[in-house]
Ligand binder design. Structure first.
Ligand SMILES: Nc1nc2c(ncn2[C@@H]2O[C@H](COP(=O)(O)OP(=O)(O)O)[C@@H](O)[C@H]2O)c(=O)[nH]1
Ligand SMILES: [Mg+2]
Length: 203
């Protein structure tokens, strides 16, 4: 797959800073330290999103603009259409105060209330930790907005194949979620994830 032209196009510390923006968007949700930045960097094949082993640091929404030319699109005037990946702050980090946790939740809720043209919500779940109550809260926010969901089980190198299968089955049975396993160590699922993103862009 070709390397995509992508760049950071905005950082917002509260939802009131969000500009009106009709570009189609993929929003990435996940607990702090779930591997969100790593997945975004892997998909974009560049180190745009900061990764860290110190969770709970950034409290901002970051927009990455990605040149996106679906097959067969006539190119008028040169500039390809752009889609946006929105990287939301991680939630559910145990070592922050209640107020801090509430601030994260509120930023996500305010963002969802304002954001336009969301095509896909990508919900990241840490394979080792499984689906936790804070993930359920996020799922409820996504469902309330009626957004199509793609669930990704991150760090799949940390658990066995049978554990992966069980977790995928459990998410499907309990919540009707279709999950894909992903690891930065063997990013074989990347093409499948891109396929789903492109499909969501078409709708
Ligand atoms: N073993 C393993 N570690 C990962 C994987 N993805 C991310 N990590 C590590 O998990 C930590 C948090 O990753 P990061 O992408 O910053 O998570 P974020 O807080 O959700 O953005 C970093 O130390 C990463 O190197 C993975 O697939 N496998
Ligand atoms: Mg991050």
């Amino acid at each position: 797959m070709n390397k995509r032209k992508a760049e950071l196009v905005g950082t917002f510390f509260n939802a009131s800073q969000l500009p009106a923006d009709v570009r189609p968007k993929v929003i990435f949700f996940g607990r702090s330290n779930v591997g969100k930045s790593s997945l975004i960097n892997s998909l974009l094949e560049q180190r745009l999103a900061k990764t860290s082993s110190m969770p709970g640091k950034t409290l901002s929404v970051n927009y990455y603009g990605i040149a996106h030319a679906p097959q067969g699109t006539p190119r008028k005037g040169g500039t390809p259409p752009t889609m946006v990946f929105a990287d939301l702050p991680g939630y559910g980090y145990a070592r922050v105060s209640k107020e801090e946790a509430l601030r994260v939740r509120r930023l996500i809720a305010d963002f969802l209330a304002r954001v336009e043209n969301v095509r896909l919500a990508v919900l990241l779940i840490d394979s080792r930790r499984g689906f936790l109550p804070s993930d359920l809260e996020t799922l409820a926010q996504i469902v309330e907005k009626n957004l199509p969901i793609l669930t990704i089980l991150t760090k799949s190198d940390k658990i066995s194949f049978s554990q992966q299968r069980n977790l995928i089955a459990q998410l499907n049975n309990k919540f009707g979620l279709l999950a894909i396993s992903f690891s930065i160590k063997s990013p074989a699922a990347k093409n499948e994830i891109w396929r789903r993103i492109h499909e969501a862009m078409k709708e």
